[in-house]
Ligand binder design. Structure first.
Ligand code: ZN
Length: 184
């Protein structure tokens, strides 16, 4: 296990994180920069992050590589689009060349304890790819065709010394797109 400076993307939750560790998956590629993932952690990762609902999980570009083969069938963030208009994905939580995987501190802690992290992609948070026809829509157009709308209310508590803002609640409301578009 090694700690790096800068930011990275957690392979478990897909979030950009500052506090993370990178593990080698292939013993032949272990180095002073990152040590081999432990058997216990790998066992929990394989058990907890398994895709059990046949969701559209990302797949490795090089499944034949020994270290990457350990991750077969898991819901992980392999790549992402750096911008909404990007045409090509870039590597994310897993570096296929060095055969390493990144976990944020929070996810790693939960996985070590044998718990599925709340924000893990495997916790029913895998999204289907955005169809090409929808990739270049404006914010307003996306809101119109969204199948659900997320609303978050933040309460401002400036009068208190130690707490300036707290999130109150978040609501996810399904929308009837056919009604919005005038078709029934
Ligand atoms: Zn994470």
């Amino acid at each position: 296990m090694s700690a790096e400076s800068g930011s990275a993307i957690c392979a478990c939750c897909g979030e950009i994180v500052l506090d993370f560790n990178r593990f080698a998956l292939n013993p032949l590629k272990e180095s002073k920069d990152y040590t081999l993932i432990t058997d216990a952690l790998l066992r929990n990762v394989k058990a907890l992050l398994k895709d059990t609902d046949n969701r559209p999980i990302q797949l490795p570009l090089h499944p034949e590589r020994t270290g990457l083969a350990l991750l077969t069938g898991l819901a992980l963030q392999w790549r992402y689009y750096p911008h909404a208009d990007s045409e090509a994905e870039v590597p994310a939580g897993i570096d296929e060349d060095s055969e390493t995987i990144v976990f944020c501190k929070k996810c790693r802690g939960e996985l070590v304890r044998g718990k599925l992290p709340a924000r893990a992609l495997a916790n029913n948070l895998v999204f289907a790819p955005v169809p090409p026809e929808l990739k270049h829509l404006s914010v307003a157009e996306r809101q119109t065709v969204a199948i659900a709308r997320l609303s978050i209310f933040i309460m401002n508590l400036e009068q208190y010394d130690k707490v300036s803002k707290i999130p109150s609640n978040a609501n996810l409301m399904p929308l009837d797109v056919s009604t919005c578009s005038g078709r029934r």
